[in-house]
Design a protein around this ligand. Structure first.
Ligand SMILES: [Zn+2]
Length: 301
């Protein structure tokens, strides 16, 4: 099961994949071929200080590798391309952090500016572009999810027109999850439609925490510090869907104003300073990479 178990707090990650760097316990021999005669010098930088107490001094590089980060945070931005998207892209690129954008297909074609933003997204490095439907249900969610076939077609349209190589989707207006056996549906009436998405080969990613905003003013309701406290709390209480992995939902359109942009930059800078947090793209979320590999194997050659 993927649900976090508070009793496991402090234990190693139990996700499908463990991307941690293998810890090296063996002494390392460095081979050096610097002299002109091509003689091989063997240097052993590992000094054993006190064998009776098993204290071994390791080279700094190896010591650094052992200090692995344990908690993954996935920053995700929904509903672009829109007026806030370019600003979000600029901030995350300047801060050199990986983030994922969930795109609404018809927004790409809504104006010349949005088309240009889409081009910028496609050229940018260190970001991932995923599918947030074609129409966003035109914000009429109940009606949209009554017709599972239409929901699948809506996702397929964005996939075919814009994101042919990506099967990761987020459902408009619904926090639903379908990653292999990880299933969660926030509003049960939507269940058949969400199941249909999984049956059609999509991986559905929801979110653990949302950076809420006022829909009238488009101003964030919480400061960066408040959101950071919420993130810390979710990890410490084991409330994320998968232990040690937390998906943050934010919305591009909120960060078109300077005040909110400052909050976004501040959140990112503070997350970067936390040694046990690692920012990651959603394809690294436990179980998703396996689904991607399986779908590639199943695809016609
Ligand atoms: Zn949305």
């Amino acid at each position: 099961m993927y649900h976090a178990d508070p009793a496991d707090e402090g234990e190693p990650s139990s996700g499908f994949f463990n991307y941690s760097i293998p810890v090296l316990f063996l002494s390392v021999l460095f081979l050096s071929c610097h002299d002109n005669n091509q003689k091989v010098k063997v240097i052993t930088p590992v000094a054993v200080k006190d064998t009776s107490k098993q204290v071994v001094k390791k080279p700094p590089a190896i010591a650094a590798k052992q200090k692995k980060k344990k908690k993954n945070i996935y920053l995700t931005f929904d509903d672009g391309p829109n007026k806030g998207t370019k600003n979000v892209l600029d901030i995350v690129q300047q801060e050199e952090v990986p983030v994922t954008f969930f795109i609404v297909g018809e927004h790409v074609f809504a104006s010349v500016g949005q088309g240009q933003t889409w081009d910028s997204l496609k050229m940018a490095k260190n970001i991932e572009l995923c599918n947030h439907s074609y129409t966003h249900a035109h914000n009429r969610y109940d009606k949209f999810y009554q017709q599972p076939d239409s929901v699948v077609k809506d996702m397929q349209r964005t996939k075919e027109e814009l994101l042919p190589d990506n099967n990761i989707v987020r459902t408009p207006g619904r926090n639903c999850w379908r990653i292999d056996s990880l299933h969660f549906t926030d509003i049960k009436k939507s269940k058949p439609a969400i199941d249909s998405l999984q049956n059609a080969g999509f991986v559905v990613l929801g979110w653990d925490i949302e950076w809420h905003y006022d829909p009238k003013t488009l101003v964030v309701k919480n400061t960066a510090d408040e959101l950071l406290n919420q993130i810390d709390s979710m990890f410490s209480k084991g409330k994320t869907k998968v232990k040690d992995n937390l998906v943050v939902l934010a919305h591009d359109q909120v960060y078109q104003k300077s005040g909110d942009s400052i909050q976004l930059r501040e959140l990112i800078q503070k997350l970067k300073k936390k040694e046990d947090y690692e920012l990651a793209l959603v394809s690294n979320y436990p179980g998703i990479m396996k689904e991607i590999i399986d779908s590639l194997k199943a695809a016609p050659q």
